[in-house]
Design a protein around this ligand. Structure first.
Ligand SMILES: Nc1ncnc2c1ncn2[C@@H]1O[C@H](COP(=O)(O)OP(=O)(O)OP(=O)(O)O)[C@@H](O)[C@H]1O
Ligand SMILES: [Mg+2]
Length: 294
């Protein structure tokens, strides 16, 4: 038996040992404009910059804008993949640090209205890629539409972005209520965004926790605070992730802290860690046996 392991093989084994199952994180928020796209794009870029294989899926079919935020030119999107007009591979664009981005198509019909064949097509498309993705980050739309609940219920971790204003708090609560009551999501990471004083994030978290504890059966964790930051707005103008454009500014530091934390979130017990699992869960509730992966 050849016991010799050359350096390339050793590097390969180290890489495998360091790799963990694909973990999926959905970023939601209920209310529009709270910072879901900002958080998901920067979270994905920051984790990718730490050397992970990250995929960012734009699941905001109404107002897809991850590509605009990161200044990317896209030819195809998830809509073309579903219609069979291109492969998922063709639709993926490479962003900073090798981040793989799947653009959404604006105005695409809701996932709930896709046919079984289309569901099966998405599952197949994603399952070909699972060995290339360690962390999947999904940016979702505002509101409580089907695309939000479908993508969110499939993810291992759900980050709820909240701002300290009454509408954001009520909408976050409504989202948590619907996801826990109707979609089996029981754990949530609460992220306070656009905070303007120290202590605002933990106070906001307590407000939400108090009302959730009273009326819902859910477990909330405080994921941290991202301060309101003009540098973040400047980065948007430059169509660059703030964590790359201004790495030392306050919002970048907070977003990189969130990325380090999220990189340590494991696949919850009992859940499987493959991309096809994510997609199966996403569409599974409406899928018949004929569409199960061969
Ligand atoms: N921490 C922050 N500091 C300053 N500006 C911020 C911060 N977070 C987000 N913004 C700004 O707030 C606006 C809305 O952000 P973003 O588009 O990420 O929100 P969204 O929740 O994805 O919105 P939508 O519901 O429309 O998808 C953007 O102009 C963004 O630059
Ligand atoms: Mg958005």
């Amino acid at each position: 038996m050849n016991t010799h392991v050359d350096s390339t093989q050793a590097a390969g084994l180290n890489w495998l040992a360091d790799r963990r199952p694909t973990r999926s994180i959905a970023v939601a928020g209920g209310k529009g404009g709270v910072g879901k796209t900002t958080v998901s794009a920067n979270l994905a870029v920051a984790i990718a910059s730490q050397g992970r294989d990250v995929m960012l899926v734009d699941a905001d079919f109404g107002l897809a804008n991850v590509d605009v935020l990161l200044g990317l030119h896209t030819r195809y999107n998830l809509g073309h993949v579903i219609k069979g007009e291109c492969s998922l591979e063709d639709a993926i664009v490479t962003g900073p640090h090798g981040l793989q981005i799947v653009p959404a198509s604006s105005g695409m019909k809701e996932m709930a209205n896709l046919s079984e064949a289309e569901h099966a097509g998405i599952i197949r498309a994603f399952s070909d890629l699972y060995h290339r993705v360690e962390i999947l980050v999904v940016d979702t739309a505002a509101g409580l539409g089907d695309s939000v609940t479908t993508f969110t219920q499939a993810a291992h971790h759900v980050v709820v972005v909240v701002c300290d204003e009454p509408a954001s708090i009520t909408d976050a609560y409504a989202l948590i209520k619907v996801l826990s009551r109707d979609h089996g999501v029981q754990r949530f990471q609460i992220l306070a965004n656009q905070t303007r004083r120290s202590g605002e994030g933990p106070d906001l978290f307590q407000k939400i926790e108090r009302v959730c504890d009273r009326f819902l059966n859910v477990a909330l964790e405080f994921a941290g605070s991202v301060p309101f930051d003009d540098y973040l707005r400047r980065a948007v103008q430059k169509q660059t992730a703030v964590v790359d454009a201004y790495p030392a500014c306050i919002s970048s530091i907070a977003l990189k802290n969130l990325a380090s934390k999220a990189d340590k979130w494991s696949v919850p017990q009992g859940a499987r860690g493959h991309l096809e699992f994510f997609v199966e869960r996403m569409v599974g509730t409406r899928m018949g046996p004929s569409t199960v992966l061969q």
